[in-house]
Design a binder for this molecule. Structure first.
Ligand SMILES: NC(=O)C1=CN([C@@H]2O[C@H](COP(=O)(O)OP(=O)(O)OC[C@H]3O[C@@H](n4cnc5c(N)ncnc54)[C@H](OP(=O)(O)O)[C@@H]3O)[C@@H](O)[C@H]2O)C=CC1
Ligand SMILES: O=CCS(=O)(=O)O
Length: 255
């Protein structure tokens, strides 16, 4: 049965890979991100390859009024969202607490925590009316353990972890599934964003080991949506084989 899958941050990385895997499997998509031209290119590619129907909602998840207006503007036939993937997010900087930028902190907390809350709060009432829905929130290994210079990014992902647990309790009687997905290092645009366009520094993050790909993460997310209605993956940490936790990697020296 075709489901409606709402993906935030679908212009890149995990979000774009999720769009691809759900399209391949016959589902229709509500795609969000700030870069409208990328959303259009992804939707057009998926329509050509799989005949996928997509509704594009290009808004900034930090803008509460824009989130509400976009979700209220969804045509009637699109409002029954079966799976919400709260994926939009970012890290900015890798600085000691005392050196870090307050603007970076604001952007991380506003996107990773408040953006997730705004989108979820707008979609949950209809899920509860239908007694059906699956909310999948992208946390991180950084939301399970803190690391040096991770301070506010880690805090934002610990907040996601807390919200997963809290939502699961509050929505329990409504029959809504809540899944936390916590990837380790994955090569996407994440490090390029974190290091503000410094490609050398971004590439060094992934040297000496094979990181997860966006597709690896999307396949695991997709799997959690294929289980019977009475089965929910509550919390899932996935790393590449060369990563044990937020700190420990096995890296081969560069040749
Ligand atoms: N890559 C990694 O190693 C890991 C990443 N994560 C988390 O996974 C999620 C996806 O990251 P990843 O795919 O790697 O990174 P990317 O940078 O490749 O993708 C991030 C996506 O988020 C969107 N986004 C960022 N800010 C906003 C905003 N204010 N409003 C709407 N969309 C926004 C971007 O779209 P646009 O710029 O067009 O708005 C983009 O589509 C993030 O939450 C990240 O923290 C977790 C663990 C590991
Ligand atoms: O969330 C992303 C992974 S890491 O950079 O914090 O290890």
């Amino acid at each position: 049965m075709s489901k409606t899958i709402f993906i935030t941050g679908a212009t890149s990385g995990f979000g774009a890979a999720c769009a691809g895997i759900f399209a391949e499997n016959g589902h229709r998509l509500v795609l969000n991100g700030r870069r409208q031209e990328r959303l259009e290119a992804i939707a057009s590619d998926l329509r050509a390859r799989f005949g996928t129907d997509s509704l594009l909602l290009p808004f900034d998840v930090r803008d509460r009024a824009a989130v509400t207006a976009a979700i209220e503007s969804m045509p009637a036939g699109w409002r029954d969202v079966d799976v919400l993937i709260n994926n939009a997010g970012l890290a900015l900087g890798r600085d000691l607490f005392q050196d870090a930028s307050l603007d970076d902190w604001d952007q991380m907390l506003d996107t990773n925590v408040k953006g997730l809350l705004y989108v979820t709060r707008a979609l949950v009432p209809r899920m509860l009316e239908r007694r059906r829905g699956h909310i999948i929130n992208l946390g991180s290994v950084a939301g399970k353990e803190v690391y040096e210079r991770g301070n506010v990014y880690c805090a934002s992902k610990f907040a996601v972890d807390a919200l997963n647990r809290s939502l699961r309790i509050d929505l329990l009687a409504g029959g809504i599934k809540v899944t936390g997905i916590h990837p380790g290092a994955a090569e996407t645009e994440f490090s390029l964003v974190r290091f503000k366009g410094d490609t050398d520094t971004a590439q060094k993050v992934y040297q000496g080991f094979q990181p997860l790909s966006a597709r690896d993460v999307a396949e695991v997310i997709y799997y959690t949506t294929t289980l019977p209605p009475h089965v929910c993956v509550n919390d899932l940490v996935l790393t590449c084989t060369a990563q044990a936790d937020a700190f420990y990697f096995h890296k081969e020296p560069s040749k």
